[in-house]
Ligand binder design. Sequence first.
Ligand SMILES: O=c1ccn([C@@H]2O[C@H](COP(=O)(O)O)[C@@H](O)[C@H]2O)c(=O)[nH]1
Length: 266
Amino acid sequence: MDTRGPLCVGIDPHASLLSAWGLGDDVKGLETFTRTVVEALADRVAVLKPQSAFFERFGSRGIAVLEKAVEEARAAGALVLMDAKRGDIGSTMGAYAQTYLHKDSPLFSDAVTVSPYLGFGSLRPALDAAVINGCGVFVLALTSNPEGAEVQRATAASGRSLAQLMLDHMAAENEGAEPLGSVGAVVGATLGDAGVDLAINGPLLAPGIGAQGATPADLPKVFGAAVGNVVPSVSRGVLRFGPDVTGLRESASRFADEVRAAVSGR
Ligand SMILES: O=c1ccn([C@@H]2O[C@H](COP(=O)(O)O)[C@@H](O)[C@H]2O)c(=O)[nH]1
């Protein structure tokens, strides 16, 4: 993030994008789409975020495309954040941790998104694996979709919102870590003022820029004093400029410039 700027670009091979790129909605189309994005961006953006669902829908052959993309993106110097939003009882979380956060796994990634809504403690195997293996987890706090609020803004027994309760757990995990801890939060860029304490001493993934209507200019309002720790994420907003490699690069570069201007106030 220091050398490349904080932008994260999502790899979301929607059927509609495959079609717009002149590709089939099949494994060959998926492979061409993914390779094009990785070749265009992995040597320049800080983070690439494959959305696992779009690969899983093609079964084992889709997963094979995903494995190759993870390996090639990391080899080109991008961090890979696997957007899989896993969450389960602790014993099953252990298997998810092995899938994404263990070095000998074919899907080993720099970080994975997880859901804490089976209880923050259920994430323990992933939290521990992240620290041991030098990786990260991004925990859902306040998601970018409007439906999220009915759960995430609900009041917990402590009187805090559920999202704040989760953020407080994240802050405890990251306490004392420098420069930032291994536990990040997912907080949508679409929220207006987030209205929670985001001082978790960890990175803040901000999806929702582009197709969901948020812009980089919204980041200071949503994140306040924590804006310097934000990793803004755009998928369709960049991908719609493909398959032209220059189009993809220019679009990512425009978003990166807008983020820089918004965060520095210039
Ligand atoms: O709160 C969340 C968490 C994750 N996402 C994911 O990010 C991308 C957004 O894609 P766009 O095309 O930029 O809208 C997608 O993979 C979501 O599953 C999110 O949107 N909000």
